[in-house]
Write a new protein. Structure first.
Length: 190
């Protein structure tokens, strides 16, 4: 599996009340969670662990670590952490719909003396989390939310999912790209 991304701790989920752009802790851990529920980071399940393995570092063999143990990242002065993960234990189909979290502290990979070290590496609570989703195949994602309202993915976060305000200042994509809107019967062509 290959995952690449940029995690920036900003105003969208801010349980610690830090101002936007505030420096993050120097190191934090990434974990792929067992459940895809993020009604708040506290709702995340345990690490993804299909083989009932102990907690360990990402370079450990499958029998010596949770498949969801992805390792530590370091944020820069602005709180941004850029990372790439290549993991032979995971396939895309294993993780679609699961959660991913960045925790408050670095993971000790189960080497500590406390009971929590053997569970989560003493990495602390999740400070950022999300759901791993697949939107389309390679080169098949036109960056649209195809609900026939023309809202592009980049504008989606600033609008309600339905109801009043959803169609404020509609984007012209539906008028230009009928594939986004589907056919006249409401079916999607994407």
């Amino acid at each position: 599996m290959y995952v690449s991304g940029c995690a920036s701790l900003g105003p969208h989920y801010n349980p610690l009340g830090a101002p936007h752009g505030a420096p993050a802790a120097p190191a934090a851990a990434r974990h792929a969670g067992d459940l895809g529920n993020i009604t708040g980071c506290a709702s995340l399940g345990p690490h993804y662990n299909p083989h009932s393995a102990p907690h360990g570092p990402p370079e450990a063999p499958a029998a010596a670590r949770h498949a969801g143990d992805l390792g530590n990242i370091t944020a820069d002065e602005s709180g941004t952490a850029r990372f790439t993960v290549v993991d032979s234990l995971l396939k895309i189909s294993d993780i679609i719909g699961r959660s991913i979290a960045v925790t408050e502290r670095a993971d000790d990979f189960g080497t500590g003396d406390s009971a929590s070290s053997k569970i989560n590496g003493n990495s602390g609570p999740a400070i950022a989390c999300g759901i791993i989703a697949r939107s389309a195949g390679i080169f098949q994602n036109p960056k649209r939310v195809c609900a026939c309202d023309g809202v592009v993915v980049w504008d989606e976060r600033d609008r309600p999912l339905a109801g009043q305000g959803r169609r404020d200042k509609p984007k012209p994509c539906c008028q230009k790209e009928k594939a986004c809107c589907g056919d006249s019967k409401g079916g999607s062509k994407i």
